[in-house]
Design a protein around this ligand. Sequence first.
Ligand code: ADP
Length: 639
Amino acid sequence: MKVLELILSGGYYFSIAAIGFIILFFVVAGVNGDVRAHTRIMMNRTALIALFGCLAEMVSTIASNLDEVPVLTKTILFSANMSLMFLCSMYFDRYTFAYLFKDEDTEERGRKFIYTNSMIVVAFHVVLLGNFFYPIIFWYDDMGVHQGPLYILMGYVAPAFYLVIGLLGIYLQRKKLLRREFHALLSIHIIVLLGAFLQAILNDAVLLVSYAIAVGLYIVNSFLESKDYHMLVETNIMLEDAEHRANEANRSKSAFLSSMSHEIRTPMNAVLGLNEMTRMTLTDDAQSERERIEKSLEYSESIKSAGEALLYVINDILDISKIESGKLDVVTAPYHMKTLLEELNSVFSYQAEGKGLMYICHIDGDLPGYVEGDKLRVRQVITNVINNAIKYTNTGTVSLDVAGVVKGDEVRYDISVTDTGIGIKPESLPHLFDAFTRVDDSETHYIEGTGLGLTIVKRLLKLMGGDVEVESTYGKGSVFTIHLPQKILSGEKISEYSKEQDKAKEKAETFSAEGFRILVVDDNAMNRAVAKNFLEKMHAAVETASSGPEGLEMIRGKHYDVVLLDHMMPDMGGDEVLHIIRQHPEEFVANAETPIIALTANAQTGLREKYINEYGFTDYMAKPFRYQDMVALLRAYLK
Ligand code: ADP
């Protein structure tokens, strides 16, 4: 009865309201129940402690006014009240700090904070317990409660300490907080500090602290911890991230385009300039016939290498776009590793010598030599790495070492390319294989490159089940190691192969197409001329047609041993020509067995399978092709 009277006497209205607010807090929190944000969880914990704190405060003050309650019980209740209020402000501080350092890796900082904090919490409770024996904070007697010398320190200053630290943190980190976070956190700190201040000067006559805490909690709950606000923040983070990535992509696209246009313009400029010079030389009457021919040949050699450089850049772009769109297939076929390595050695020893470098190659001859894989792509990978080694080395040596391990029916070649070149800074190593990235360095600034080579190496190796590693010392040199798994096809070792290979080489040089009639159908006069020249060099009888219908007429009338048919022609494409031939075999009996080979510059979608399976061509050859390509192709069909 007396308790009820006391409650209704008016002194506890604020405490009752506080409890009401906190219960309301949990109701609203329940509505937002599935928000699992870190701050939300911390807020719930703070609210739970605040609820116990409010209850303890109310029970303890009621008990203080009842003579029947023993002094020890009153002391315990008041101590619990003090402890809970202290813990409540501590938790509130941690909650605030979760916002202040949300973007940072706070683990270390958090550990330090918890360590220091635990010391303060322990010290506080040691003093609170000591108060039972040496009452220096408060004590009870028949007259009621008495304040000791540490009362203000323990009851007000200690909890306020956390709030002041929180306030300081909010001020110092204000730039990092969103407006809404700043205002909500600031107002709750001010409200609670104000409540504590008023309660202290009113000498505990009105219990304002718990009320202020409850109101503060409620504010934060509605402003910062609601479900829609969390969703908004998440969406904003996603948008910022997307914007950042879009800007980054745009930046590398621009950088790529500018480096690419430079890479294309340089050889293009050489081609056009040298061509101009050839023309001038040929019409220069002051020079002798012999001089003119020699100079023209020299220019033509340079045009060839500029053209090849251009082709290299274009192929890189096509490759990367094919890899990125998942259109690049690894086409496996049997090949001899030794042949591949010898081809590479002959190209690179020449190239290295030209730059005054020593080129050394060491192959473990016991490794399996006859394997299955995509020789073209393997060559491309090794070429890119050796090319770089030569490109980024000014003096010394470039060496190629081939080692490996055999596991079951697979060999893993470990192909290392070591150079004594400019090396790579440790901070650049992680970005080496990123697309369109070139190491930004005064050393490499003047060396031409697109930044695609190593990206292609990495991606191709991934497609083939391999990998690449790099070790480098800046200023001293680099080692790139390619790990390449290939299927073993026979017991033949690398060292056992050379004779056969030599024979094959001999055959390539002496290939003759004499006695065979070949038709070239191409609308482009220049391309027709190139094909005709190559074929005539092989002593074939060559006929040409400049359009689809013209070609069709010729195929209808006469037998050819091979037809080379351009795919892209204005009035009738190669695929249409082929379609007509296949639809009306009776009209083309003379060429029923003739291999019809597609010529195409469409390397992007021009996969061999597509031309053969979809269009029905016998084979395909990508433009531009070299003499050796033509020989290799015709050898397969002219028997
Ligand atoms: P590119 O050579 O066309 O710039 P890459 O992708 O082949 O592009 O190489 C990326 C970067 O890695 C180069 O710009 C260069 O700075 C660095 N790099 C590659 N290989 C070497 C090497 N052997 N020595 C020093 N730096 C290298």
